[in-house]
Write a protein that binds this ligand. Structure first.
Ligand code: BES
Ligand code: ZN
Ligand code: ZN
Length: 488
């Protein structure tokens, strides 16, 4: 799909359809005049109120060069934000695609707000590309009936904005394509998206260094947790290391949970909870999406992406409740529940990550159902040290991938105390499951400033909403890219 910028106004730009955003009670004077007050009449008749998300199609019948206008309600001016641009862009682009129109123009970035033109047009491009995302690679019948948008033109009345808008189009596209890549990885069924598949996909990433460790190497390196979790599966585990700016020092280590399918293991999940467990590698997919975008965005820092990848399956060789296993840093763990597997494989990777001497570590994982109970689907749980947490909170507000800081009160630490090993992976008699998991991870980061994101709720949507389709959201890609670009 092509996206370009051009000088123009809705009343004089020639195109098949132009999207025009209107706040409540607003008419767009010049356009309305060209349309002989049609917008005004629609508002007067309460056909169109400008309520957020409302759409109204107008056929122009040669009154202006554009053949059709799609009005989209932007709601109250006081509620206006970059997120409103993203959502309006997504709603309108999908509406146009449904009409079967292939080329359209839009000017949702023109509206006045505190943000600069770069941010506004980037939001417009992101909303459009994220909103148009579909996962249909397995559909084989009647593919010719699938409607596609071919080109979008961002029009702006001011010629001097065009160069900046073009720049934002590039940035917005890089970021949105990274998110959509992450969504594809998460939506791909576990039958195909195995640890080896993730490793192969990682090897295809450009301008990064990729090293993949297989089953034997993982055992030899002392990754006892990753070995244990994968032992019930016929799929080999992989430990994937992706390095960007590898000649630099410091930087950020990112760790993503790559459980390609979480059946729960011998502590088998009941059917309804197993349903979406192909998405238990969303953290890993997020790290891959980020690593894909870094060279394209020319990020300055060194970033190392670490992905422990495994399937958690029951079986004759599976690890068992009661087992004691040894992590990479030699700490021993009593396994009280094989379904608390994410924290185990993350433990090995975090301990390995710290050896790389980064300035900061951030991990991202679909770690606990408890986090969904606490925060639902619109905020990820955030745990860890003040500095990385504050920066992630700031970045999250900016891109509207919001995070919510959770307490790590010392009283909760005893949840992972074991009498027979250095720690246990779960306390069956207690609540605060998301905090328990965070404390477990914390034991594997000794001195580096660290933050943990629990994306169990935000990584996967049961229903489509705004620019998120049903299924994988790609949560965390925009958040961490923003964090790297502006806050860290
Ligand atoms: N992958 C799950 C967490 C999860 C649940 C992610 C729902 C997405 C949606 C994780 O491995 C898990 O099973 N956690 C258990 C931990 C418990 C056994 C201590 C949970 O949260 O119930
Ligand atoms: Zn689990
Ligand atoms: Zn899991």
């Amino acid at each position: 799909m092509k996206i370009d910028a051009a000088q123009g106004k809705p009343e004089n730009f020639k195109t098949d359809l132009i999207v025009v955003g209107l706040f409540e009670k607003e008419t767009h004077k010049n356009l309305d005049k060209a349309l002989n007050d049609e917008i005004h009449s629609l508002i007067k008749a309460k056909e169109f109120t400008g309520e957020f998300g409302q759409t109204q199609l107008i056929t122009t019948l040669n009154r202006i060069p554009a053949k059709k206008i799609l009005l989209i309600g932007l709601g109250k001016t006081t509620d206006y934000s970059l997120e409103i641009i993203r959502r309006a862009a997504a709603i309108s682009a999908k509406y146009v695609r449904n009409l079967g129109i292939k080329n359209f123009a839009t000017n949702l970035q023109t509206l006045n707000l505190n943000k600069n033109i770069l941010d506004r047009s980037q939001a417009l491009v992101e909303g459009t590309l994220l909103g148009l995302y579909r996962f249909n690679k397995y559909v084989t019948q009647e593919r010719e009936k699938i409607k596609e948008i071919e080109s979008v033109t961002v029009i702006d009345p001011s010629e001097k904005n065009i160069a900046q808008i073009k720049k934002s189009i590039d940035t917005g596209r890089i970021i949105a394509e990274a998110v959509n890549y992450t969504r594809d990885l998460v939506n791909t069924p576990a039958l195909e998206a195995t640890p080896s598949y993730l490793a192969n996909e990682a090897k295809k990433l450009k301008n990064v260094k990729v090293k993949v460790y297989g089953k034997k190497e993982i055992q030899k390196m002392g990754f006892g947790c990753l070995s244990a979790v994968s032992s019930g599966s016929s799929q080999e585990p992989k430990f994937i290391v992706i390095e960007y700016n590898s000649s630099k020092k410091g930087g950020l280590v990112l760790v993503g949970k790559g459980v390609c399918f979480d059946s729960g293991g011998l502590d088998l999940k009941p059917g309804q909870y197993m349903d979406n467990m192909k998405s238990d590698m969303a953290g890993a997919a997020t790290v891959m999406g980020i690593m894909k975008a870094l060279p394209q965005l020319k990020i300055k820092q060194r970033v190392i992406g670490l992905i422990p990848a495994a399937e958690n399956m029951p079986g004759g060789s599976a690890f068992k409740p009661g087992d004691v296993i040894t992590a990479y840093n030699k700490k021993t763990i009593e396994v009280t529940n094989t379904d608390a597997e994410g924290r185990l494989i993350m433990a090995d990777a975090l301990a390995y990550g710290e050896e790389q001497k980064p300035q900061m570590m951030v991990d991202i994982a679909t770690l606990t159902g408890a986090c969904i109970v606490a925060l639902g689907y619109w905020a990820a749980g955030l745990f860890g040290d003040d500095k990385p947490c504050q920066k992630l909170q700031q970045a999250g507000e900016e891109v509207y991938e919001r995070v919510w800081r959770m307490p790590m009160f010392k009283e909760y630490k005893s949840l992972i105390k074991s009498t027979m090993a250095d720690m246990k992976n779960h306390d069956p008699s207690y609540d605060a499951g998301a905090i328990e998991a965070a404390f477990f991870l914390k034991s594997f980061v000794e001195k580096t400033p660290w933050a943990h994101l629990d994306i169990a709720g935000t990584g996967w949507f049961k229903e489509a909403k705004y620019y998120h389709p049903k299924g994988a959201t790609g949560f965390g890609v925009r958040l961490i890219l923003e964090f790297l670009r502006y806050f860290y």
